[in-house]
Unconditional design. Structure first.
Ligand SMILES: [Zn+2]
Length: 244
């Protein structure tokens, strides 16, 4: 009887200790508000940022910024505001449970890349890489890409990559997601970052950077390879990688 009681206490105690520590947790990167479980959410924000650092690199400068959960009804799921040289705030217009693995990761990716590149950059690749961070949505996004591509809704990439503004039918999100998905399949995350860095701070356009980093002589060669990726099932594992 006594032994059984002891086991029960032993089983429950670690859970209580973890929950307490999570409540007290404070992030070095962000300051969360608008949620009841602030410690838990700040811990998740740090996990997201550490995952991004592992993949893409470590920003030289970082100023802590607010992540505000505002609730719904704003007409968008989330938004990141920045004014060089700092991120002003991130708004998440969903509950934490809905935003985890989706909008929260998406918006923190915008903030992260702003610090990593020390600047705003190509909207097409910015949305594309943020969409790719939404790990709980990735399969659904690939299905949307396939459906829209099959329906003939996609437009030539050259009309999107240099547009630097949103389009009414949100193609920038879906074609952007798919192009970044494909580029990461070809060369990995760190190589994709090197491409982005050159595109943002170098003197070459998208075609020049695709040639330098991915070996495409012409933009149309890249575009047809990307279409093959969609037609072939968007399977990263079977993409021909640059490293043999
Ligand atoms: Zn976005």
């Amino acid at each position: 009887m006594n032994r059984r009681k002891f086991l029960l206490v032993a089983a429950v105690a670690p859970f209580v200790a973890t929950a307490k520590a999570a409540d007290e947790y404070r992030s070095n990167f962000v300051e969360v508000s608008g949620v009841a479980n602030r410690g838990e959410v700040e811990r998740e924000c740090d996990a997201i940022i550490f995952r991004l650092m592992e993949r893409y690199g470590t920003p030289q400068n970082w100023e802590k910024f607010p992540v505000v959960f505002t609730g719904g009804g704003r007409g968008y799921a989330g938004c990141t505001f920045y004014q060089k040289p700092r991120v002003l705030r991130v708004e998440v217009c969903q509950t934490y449970a809905s935003a985890r693995g989706g909008t929260l990761d998406h918006e923190l990716t915008h903030a992260f890349f702003f610090y990593l590149l020390n600047d705003a950059f190509s909207l097409f690749f910015n949305e594309g890489v943020a969409q790719n961070s939404e790990y709980r949505q990735r399969d659904r996004l690939r299905q949307t890409v396939y459906r829209r591509a099959s329906n003939g809704e996609f437009i030539p990439l050259e009309r999107l990559v240099n547009r630097n503004s949103y389009d009414a039918s949100l193609l920038i999100y879906h074609q952007g997601f798919s192009v970044v998905d494909f580029l990461i399949a070809r060369g990995g995350s760190a190589w994709f970052y090197a491409f982005l860095e050159r595109l943002t701070h170098g003197d070459e356009d998208v075609s020049g950077c695709l040639k330098r980093f991915y070996g495409y002589e012409k933009f149309s060669d890249f575009e047809s390879d990307w279409w093959s990726y969609i037609d072939g099932g968007q399977n990263r594992a079977v993409v021909e990688t640059l490293i043999k």
